[in-house]
Design a binder for this molecule. Sequence first.
Ligand code: GLC
Length: 745
Amino acid sequence: MGAFAHSQVYKDPSQPLEARVNDLLSRMTLDEKISIIHANSKFSTPAIPRLGIPTRWMSDGPHGVREDISTDSWDPAGHTNDFSTYMPVNICLASSWDPDLAYAYGSVIGQEALARGKDMMLGPGVCIMRTPLNGRNYEYLGEDPFLAGQMAVGYIRGAQAQGISSCVKHYAGNDQETQRGSIDVEMDERTLREIYLPAFKAAVQQGHVWAVMGAYNRFRGTYCCENDYLLNKVLKGDWGFQGLVVSDWSGSHTTSGSVNGGLDLEMGTDGPYHLDHMADPYRDGILSGKYTMASLDDKVRRNLRMMIATHMLDTKPVGSLNTSAHQETARKVAEEGIVLLKNKGGLLPLSAPNLSSIAVIGEDGFTKFAYGGESAGIKAFYEVTGLEGILKRAGGSVNVTYSPGYHIPTWRPGPRRLGGVRGYNQGPPPVPPAEAKALVDQAVKAAKSADVAIVFAGLNHLRNMDTEGSDRRDMKLPYGQDLLIQRVVEANPRTIVVLISGGAVEMDSWINRVPSVLQAWYPGMEGGNAMAEALFGDINPSGKLPCTFPHKLDDSPAHFTQAYPGTHGVEYYEEGLLVGYRWFDSTHIQPLFPFGFGLSYTTFAYSAPNFSVPRWPGPAQVSFTVTNTGTRSGTDVAQVYIQPGAEKLFRPLKELKGFARVSLKAGESKRLAIELPATAFAYYDPSRHGWVAEAAQYKILIGDSSRDIKFSQDWVAPVEYFVPEGPIASPTPSQIALAGNRSGQ
Ligand code: GLC
């Protein structure tokens, strides 16, 4: 038993997790149990010194450790030691299609959380990009549940391996910010199980995440934080989730709803903490017999698992902040996440020795984005802007000029209101027309006299742009940027557009005239360096879109069906399973740039695949060779889609079920082997509460975009495969501890 008396199992790190949890639980009084299932400040639960339980600290967000917030208001605490590494946003990470990189990303989050004294980090977010307008699309991992799930698993495993808890969010159906605190989201069961839940399920069953955050919205009429179906039946029942469900901040609404609906930790409820729904009212309900002690013990057990698994009762690992390794990971994510959308005539990569002048245009190339976006904002140690990156890379030999071209208005955030939606004081009026024209004229003049023009265009984290608490009003570039781009490329055909945004923008008014376009997302504090590396060819872009870029908003399913943003507070997901490329494939609407698309400075060729299923329903193996047929090294992302034949239930035309990055020198070939479990062929059958792969014909499609299919292989499943929805053999504590190994692949 070592140094601990036999009776103090909970203090002994050599003891199994569950034994420590049960021992500790058995020692707790009713008040102590109640104390750790609700907040005692904005981002903490109280210590229990008698038992050696310290204060538990939580922090946002998905892209780094947020600045410290006041204990009892949303104002910054005003500390000077709460800077952190500002990582590229999660949609940029998703564009890398690199779960191992997601593991490295999560490792940075975990190490910096430890250094900042945080036990739980509130991320990653895996809500599905159902509409291009969702203000928080940039915080999430795109439109496909399989890609989002695999990237989230890597992220969570990396973060939790450092000794903190991740918290996957926002569960479930929080796919817009409009009316997020009240909207009732409705969808059919297959849409729920096949589109909106799989990334959460992967986070639980493959990532072994210790916490899930209930969303603000209602689902089928009941708030997600009090939703017995989502929390008790699906998450804890079907999937066997052993961790805790924490409310989004002020997402708990009633004691009975929270207690009976499956909430385990109430955070953010306004008003004295002892009056929180799961504080005195719950304790009184226990004493009166309205609620059982067993219900409380289950909640407490889930909190204690997270606490003990994150070494809160032991010596916590020491973290680190803003190390060169963290900076390198931030840069690598930006490098791998940048997507080359167009490069007609090979204008890119630029060659500095052959340039005498570059006109850098656009305030998005001059703006620092780290601090914006509400809960996802970071007080960054530094942030390299696009302009700074170009100056550093080429300024020594090339004359680099800067023209804002347009003006981003400044708004002051107002007081945060209930339901988590921050009010905004109306900002100053948009720039007067005369001034706007002068900015464009100045930029055009600069472009005309330069060898090349680089226009940074896009959005920002102001209201109705890419930010929490509001959605975009449309897909258009703001502040007259379309006209600016048209006039700049007219003045100088050698124009490159670099897009800074969390998702698709309309480009039709200039895309045919601009020879080169890069999608850089919000590329984090090393983003300017990464963008310069891509522009000058120090790196070969390898990013692939994790979301469809439509020509126009109405082509997008949630808008074509007019389901978004809902009416009278209810939104039925009319498009059902047909989200993203599933919609564009099935409706044959041409996207501007398809899901999975991204160019390179080299070219790749694929061999015909070999497909084998040694013993169905064992996994299928698809293998093929990828060759770099160009003149420089590069990385492609091979994608495997399954196209079902005629089946009993409707299915999308094809669905992503496997992918792999492959890096090749010029002329080099590599053989890839991608494994497809039987469930890759299955759909969810609500009538059987399980997953069905019919004895039917399937096509296995290999390509490097959802629209660039190189080969198709037919295969017939000999017999139906059915697996009931349910817990996988729930991981043992040692498996969970080992979950800190490599990413989910
Ligand atoms: C917010 C967000 C959530 C965040 C939480 C704490 O309203 O929805 O993502 O983690 O509150 O700031």
